[in-house]
Every structure is written in structure tokens, then in C-alpha cells.
Design a protein around this ligand. Structure first.
Ligand SMILES: Cc1ncc(COP(=O)(O)O)c(C=O)c1O
Length: 425
């Protein structure tokens, strides 16, 4: 077996790092520097020509210039980030939003059409509806219930189907765990593409981390992450990532240089550290989520549990997509308590261990109220249609002992007094 055949979890411990370049240090040091010294002026000129994609440097490797363009920690991190998704290249960002925004701004121009899946993370939703539309980009939402024909009809109805430039989806969706068929989206992209007009398929894979869904295998061009979540995994950094082919990521990196949305050296170093434990953290969290979901589904004060392990029950028509696209039920779940905002807030305010905070994918479990927190900016009608109601709680399951988590959930559910109306149901 060659070292390059090792599994990603093995590669995370040393891939792309040469100790000889750092005094033999076992771990890559933090290169906390804004700029790098060139050997001579000719070298500086050549590096800049390569950075700007000028011809004449084919097969040469660009050297270090300036930390808004490149930095050793960032480069090694990017080499490792591409491994789980089997991408050719990766780009690291200062946040998940900067990864998403930089990707949109790389490929979309005024007059273009973006197809996007609903629900989206609140920040992405805001960007799509307030920033992309401000730049003259037409945006059309679809959801998990729409099939290929219906999505194409919505696109055709705009009269601008020829201007389709990107299909962006969040699957599983935050916070409902709705899933979208990536292969179906790449079929739509292929159908409307022209020789001189590629249509990019981008997937926000934050909910599944790099472990449990590999969108490139299903025809996506770009995989996006809020690395703040599972990749960082300790609720102590804000970061983002994009993975794809060398050509696609190369284009995104050019925009990143001028937007300045790059990751910093210290955060890159922290993420390299986090990546070493990604698999064991995510597997423990998934096991805990399974136990919690099994507990919640039987509880008399819980109306519905939005968990991928219950897809057969919740959305039988989606189970074929689940089987081909996912390697786990994940560690994110939402549930509706009996009642509404008052009862949901009673639950959240009664938790003793699980923290009341937004974000997800960290070692500690977090609970929040999507309707008034992460998704508060989503218009009410849209929230209603997508089942993001006042009674919904979102739980990011961490790596604690699941018995302790269930104890905490149980005692918080006990505090809820069910309104009479719901009791009669
Ligand atoms: C699914 C999803 N995508 C993107 C983001 C944005 O990431 P960040 O907060 O790192 O900018 C989030 C943040 O919660 C998210 O949940």
C-alpha cells in the first residue's frame, strides 16, 4: 500500500507537512507572519505572475508571497481538507459565510439566475435575498418536495432559463433535515449548460461535515463548509472551506484574494489540530444523536422528531435519496414540542447542561430556537411552509455521555406544561 492510499483519518496527522522545512518540528508551527521574503527580485516577479495566472509558468509551483494570498498553515490545511471529499483542491476561508459569499460572487453576474434549495441557513438566505438580488441576480427557491420536472417548470416560468448559472443547495437542510437529490440537480445543470456556459452545482455540506456526505461523487462541482462547525468542532473558531476541482477552486481563490476572505494562520493551525479528531468526534456525536432521537420519539411532550434516522417515517419518498447519498444519520436533530414558543422556551430555559446557543458541530451539545434565532430573518410564510415553527427546538448533539444528555432533556421536558388544546389531540 502507498502512503497516498491511507484513509483520510490517517492522513490528517501529517499529510502535506515536511518537518525538514520547520526545524524538524513534529507539528507544523504557526507561521504568524503577514509577508514572506523573496530570494531575489526575479523570484518575486515570478510568484506574482503565477498568482495572477500569467502564462509561462506551467508546471512551476508558486512560492509564498503574502498571507492574504498564501501561508504555509493555510496551504497544509487546504491539502488536508480536500482528502475527505476526494477533491483535487480546497480553499480555506475566514468563515462559512465568506466561503459561500466568495463562491457566489466568483460565478454569478448581474442577469444570471440562481436556483437554491429551501430552507437555507438564515445567513445564506439573507445573502441570497438581499445581496445577490441587489446585484441583479434572479433567485428561485425550490424545496425537497419538488421533483426535477417541477423545478424545471419554475425555472422556465421566469423566461430566463438560459441565464441559469448556479444551483446551490443545503442538504441536509438546517434545521429540518430535509434532503435534496444532488444527482437530480446536476442533471438540471447539465441540461441547461451550453459549451460556453457551465452551470455550477454547489452544496453546503456543513450538516454532514466532510465525513458522511461526499457531494462531488454525486455530480456537485463545489462543496462548501462552515468549518466553524464539525471541522473546527470545539466552538472556538470561525472558519469556512470550499472543495472541488483545481480549476473551480482556482477561480474561487482568485476572488478570495481580492475580497480578503482568506483564513488566518492561527485559525488554520487550530483547524489542522481539529481535523486529527474529526472522525472520532463525529462518530461519537452520531451515536449520541441516535440514542437521543430514540428517546425523544417516544416522549409524550414531543410532537415530531426531524432526524435522518426517521426518514422512512417522516419522508418515505426521500429514503431512496438518503440511501444513495448519506453514510450516517448525522448528529443534528430538531424536534417540535407540544405547544408553541412558550413551551419551547420553557424547555430551553430549563436545560442544565446543554447550552442555549446557536452554532453546531462542537464537542458540547447546544440547543436553540430556529424560528426566533438562526432563522428569525426568514419570512414567516416561508418558515410556515418549511415547518420551522415556534415549537421547534434544534439540537446539536455533542460528545458527552448520552445518558447525561438524556437526563438533561428529560428534566427540561418535565418543566413544560402542555396547553389544554394539545392535550386533547
Ligand atoms: C448550514 C450552515 N451554513 C453556513 C453557515 C455559516 O457559517 P459561519 O457562521 O462559519 O460563517 C452556518 C452557520 O451556522 C450554517 O449552519
Amino acid at each position: 500500500m502507498k502512503k497516498s492510499d491511507f484513509s483520510p483519518e490517517t492522513q490528517m496527522l501529517g499529510y502535506a507537512y515536511n518537518p525538514e522545512l520547520s526545524e524538524g518540528a513534529v507539528k507544523c508551527p504557526v507561521f504568524q507572519t503577514s509577508t514572506f521574503v523573496f530570494k531575489n527580485a526575479e523570484e518575486g516577479k515570478a510568484f506574482f505572475e503565477m498568482a495572477h495566472g500569467k502564462p509561462g509558468h506551467e508546471g512551476e509551483t508558486i512560492g509564498l508571497i503574502y498571507s492574504r494570498i498564501n501561508n504555509p498553515d493555510m496551504e497544509i490545511l487546504e491539502e488536508r481538507l480536500k482528502l475527505w471529499d476526494r477533491g483535487e483542491a480546497a480553499a480555506a476561508f475566514s468563515s462559512g459565510m465568506s466561503a459561500i459569499a466568495t463562491t457566489f460572487m466568483t460565478f454569478l453576474s448581474p442577469g444570471d439566475v440562481l436556483l437554491y434549495s429551501n430552507p437555507l441557513y438564515g445567513g445564506t438566505h439573507k445573502f441570497v435575498h438581499h445581496i445577490l438580488t441587489h446585484f441583479g441576480i434572479e433567485v428561485i427557491g425550490f424545496n425537497a418536495e419538488h421533483d426535477q420536472k417541477q423545478i424545471e417548470e419554475m425555472l422556465e416560468e421566469t423566461g430566463h432559463a438560459k441565464k441559469l448559472k448556479m444551483i446551490f443547495m443545503e442538504t441536509p437542510a438546517n434545521p429540518t433535515n430535509d434532503i435534496i437529490d444532488i444527482e437530480m440537480c446536476s442533471r438540471i445543470a447539465a441540461k441547461y449548460a451550453k459549451d460556453d456556459r457551465k452551470i455550477y452545482v454547489a452544496v453546503d455540506n456543513t450538516y454532514m461535515g466532510p465525513l458522511w456526505q461526499h457531494p462531488l461523487k454525486h455530480g456537485a462541482d463545489i462543496v462548501l463548509y462552515s468549518a466553524t462547525k464539525y471541522i473546527g468542532g470545539h466552538s472556538d473558531v470561525i472558519a469556512g472551506a470550499a472543495v472541488g476541482s483545481k480549476v473551480v477552486i482556482g477561480k474561487i481563490k482568485k476572488t478570495r484574494t481580492f475580497f480578503g476572505t482568506i483564513i488566518d494562520p492561527n485559525t488554520s493551525w487550530l483547524l489542522m489540530r481539529s481535523l486529527e479528531t474529526l472522525k472520532i468526534r463525529m462518530e461519537t456525536a452520531a451515536l449520541n444523536a441516535e440514542k437521543i432521537a430514540a428517546y425523544l420519539i417516544k416522549h409524550s411532550k414531543v410532537e415530531k422528531v426531524y432526524y435522518l434516522g426517521f426518514i422512512e417515517k417522516n419522508n418515505p419518498e426521500q429514503s431512496a435519496i438518503f440511501k444513495k447519498q448519506y453514510l450516517s444519520n448525522g448528529a443534528m436533530l430538531s424536534f417540535d414540542v407540544m405547544g408553541g414558543e412558550k413551551e419551547a422556551f420553557t424547555f430551553l430555559n430549563s436545560l442544565k447542561h446543554i447550552k442555549l446557543a446557536v452554532s453546531l458541530g462542537g464537542t458540547e451539545s447546544l440547543a436553540e430556537h430556529p424560528s426566533t434565532m438562526t432563522h428569525s430573518d426568514v419570512p414567516v410564510e416561508e418558515k410556515e411552509a418549511l415547518h420551522i415553527s415556534d415549537k421547534m427546538i434544534r439540537l446539536s448533539v455533542g460528545i458527552e455521555n448520552y445518558n447525561d444528555l438524556i437526563w438533561d432533556i428529560e428534566q427540561a421536558l418535565e418543566k413544560i406544561v402542555i396547553p389544554k388544546r394539545e392535550k386533547a389531540m
